[in-house]
Design a protein around this ligand. Structure first.
Ligand SMILES: O=CC(=O)O
Length: 310
């Protein structure tokens, strides 16, 4: 019998208990799933940063910490964490992200606001949107989430460039990498979507210099992490018109404080970190598969590289 500790916020237990138990049974694993296990007897920890476990040192026999979140920036530097840490690559979360990103890209591409907000009795038929092929979109970060979003947008006909730190090849996307590739990826992009992990290297990747490379009047869409954007630089670029609109789902401080300038800015759309959440049914299968692999002596999936931070 494996002892699996569920360490997440209390409300998550109701959502995850049945899907996890079901997935463990289907994977042929005999598991005691609980919110409390003696640390030394805990085989695996299903982990969210908002759960009770902060000190991993007593979990001396724990074989892996399995994150319920895609982003691991709040735990990756925890000095007590010596066990392997696995990120979650959840097909349900990925689908949610594809839907959210596609929706917000189409909003800007089609200029929907002008019609939704501008019902003023004046028939303005002189402006029709270009086709997607004429709209360069850049995705910063082409891991599981960025690649899926990029491919969905390419499927709609958008000219999509994907950028990553190291070389990657994603079918349907023009893929660039490294510092020189970043400039080329941003140059003249009309919509940029940030889906990079939060690391020391990606902090403020959209700073004043890089925002200035985008096409005048570009839109920024950030469902990744707040620190990817230099907030002061973005506000300045919005005020100058260099950036026409920013749709932001994630922030340095969450919940975004009520007096933050983003809330009141007419060219900013704030969504409350809802772009993509982990879906218990699909996530449970991934967690169970990783435990199955661990028990079968196979390498875990999506192990975090502690040096790289993701
Ligand atoms: O932001 C959500 C996640 O990291 O899963």
């Amino acid at each position: 019998m494996l002892n699996v500790l569920f360490s997440a916020k209390p409300q998550a237990w109701d959502a995850y208990q049945a899907p996890l138990s079901d997935a463990f049974a289907k994977a042929g694993l005999a598991v005691a799933l609980a919110r409390d296990h003696a640390p030394a007897k805990t085989d695996y920890i299903v982990f969210a940063p908002n759960g009770p476990v902060r000190d991993f040192a007593p979990y001396v026999n724990t074989k892996a910490v399995l994150s319920l979140w895609a982003g691991v920036e709040t735990v990756v530097d925890n000095p007590t964490l010596t066990q392997p840490l696995c990120r979650l690559v959840d097909p349900g979360l990925t689908r949610g992200m594809v839907e959210w990103v596609t929706g917000h890209v189409l909003r800007h591409h089609l200029g929907m606001d002008a019609h939704i907000l501008g019902q003023d009795g004046i028939w303005r038929d002189e402006i029709s949107p270009p086709l997607a092929a004429e709209r360069p979109v850049t995705i910063l970060g082409i891991g599981a989430l960025g690649a899926a979003c990029g491919q969905a947008l390419a499927g709609l006909g958008f000219a999509v460039t994907g950028w990553s730190r190291s070389p990657k090849d994603v079918p349907g996307l023009r893929c660039l990498h490294g510092a020189a590739g970043l400039q080329e990826a941003l140059r003249a992009a009309q919509i940029v979507v940030t889906l990079l992990p939060q690391t020391a290297d990606t902090q403020n990747i959209l700073d004043a210099q890089n925002l200035a490379l985008l096409a005048p009047g570009a839109c920024v869409i950030n469902p990744g992490r707040g620190p990817l954007i230099d907030d002061a630089a973005l506000l300045q670029a919005l005020d100058s018109g260099q950036i026409a609109h920013a749709t932001l789902d994630v922030f340095r401080r969450e919940p975004l404080p009520a007096d933050h300038p983003y809330w009141a800015h007419p060219q900013v759309t704030v969504t409350p970190h809802i772009a993509a959440t982990t879906r218990p049914e699909t996530a449970a299968k991934i967690i169970a598969e990783n435990i199955r692999r661990g028990e079968a002596g196979l390498p875990f999936l999506n192990v975090v590289d502690r040096q790289l931070g993701y």
